[in-house]
Design a protein around this ligand. Structure first.
Ligand SMILES: C[S@@+](CC[C@H](N)C(=O)[O-])C[C@H]1O[C@@H](n2cnc3c(N)ncnc32)[C@H](O)[C@@H]1O
Length: 265
């Protein structure tokens, strides 16, 4: 085993053993308590969970291959540019557990303007679009063939509130932000490089309001991503951050004290 893998495993074991606040126990901040107990560990069931799960299983059964154009930091597992759809689902798509948590987040805070960087096959997009059909979800994907499958998925589940943008986030994000007054929720999940992540963060930061929430995936994907997460947490506009080890939430509410919580999930 490589040294980095051993260090990563050690960090994960430490997180699993020592991360506090499981199910909200011992949390004093009412805002954080509600987030942990009602969103992270919320037990309500939604029909859309089953619709998205069925779509996932159909793609996992698919034998179809598509030609993939990789813009980001690439995949550690998939090296060929002709990829089976089912492998993209397995290795790149949001999991059921995290997707349903994302759904509960949107359902609970009711953001009206949502942005996703990195659509892939659209599973994460659907978890954010289906809680409230009146919200608008913008999603940017660089790979045209992947985006085409995502478009079919959106149609199948009747998610007409999704606006798909195909192209490089580096170019499409500034164009989109010129036409948006405020971002209420942003899911950062494309291009897991430090500089790109920070560039997208600073651009989106210009469009935050007091209730805006940012959600970053893969904050421990690499040393670079960990450095990006550290810089984001330290930003003066950022108040509360919630570290779930693989991903992290950022809240901006001025009433919140500047703190980072590591929460077991
Ligand atoms: C981890 S996947 C996204 C998973 C998806 N958000 C979900 O919840 O299932 C990352 C996606 O970002 C796309 N991507 C990476 N860098 C990009 C860039 N610079 N511009 C556009 N898309 C990019 C990749 O093509 C890939 O489909």
């Amino acid at each position: 085993m490589k040294v980095e893998k051993i260090i990563f495993a050690g960090k994960y074991i430490k997180y699993k053993l020592f991360a506090k606040h499981k199910k909200g126990f011992g949390i004093h901040s009412p805002f954080l308590y509600r987030f942990v107990s009602e969103v992270l560990y919320g037990e309500r069931y939604f029909y859309a969970y089953d619709d998205i799960a069925e779509l996932r299983y159909d793609m996992l059964d698919s034998k179809e291959k598509i030609k993939v154009k990789d813009f980001g930091s690439g995949s550690r597992v998939m090296k060929s540019d002709r990829r089976k759809i089912k492998d993209t689902v397995k290795y790149s798509a949001i999991s059921e557990k995290y997707g349903e948590m994302l759904f509960r987040t949107i359902e609970y805070y009711k953001p009206k303007t949502i942005l996703e960087l990195g659509t892939s096959l659209g599973l994460g997009t659907l978890y954010m679009a289906l809680p409230d059909k009146k919200a608008t979800v913008y999603t940017i994907e660089g790979c045209p063939e992947t985006a085409k499958i995502a478009a079919q998925n959106f149609k199948r589940l009747g998610a007409e509130n999704i606006t798909q943008i195909v192209g490089n986030i580096d170019e499409k994000l500034p164009e989109l932000l010129n036409n948006i007054k405020q971002l209420d929720f942003v899911f950062f999940d494309g291009n897991h490089r430090k500089q790109a992540t920070l560039d997208y963060f600073y651009r989106c930061l210009e469009k935050t309001g007091k209730d805006t929430i940012f959600y970053f995936d893969d904050i421990r994907w690499s040393k670079e991503m960990e450095e990006a997460w550290e810089e984001i947490k330290a930003n003066e506009k950022v108040r509360l951050t919630v570290d779930l080890f693989f991903s992290g939430f950022v809240f901006f509410g001025k009433e919140l004290s500047k703190q980072n919580f590591v929460v077991k999930f």
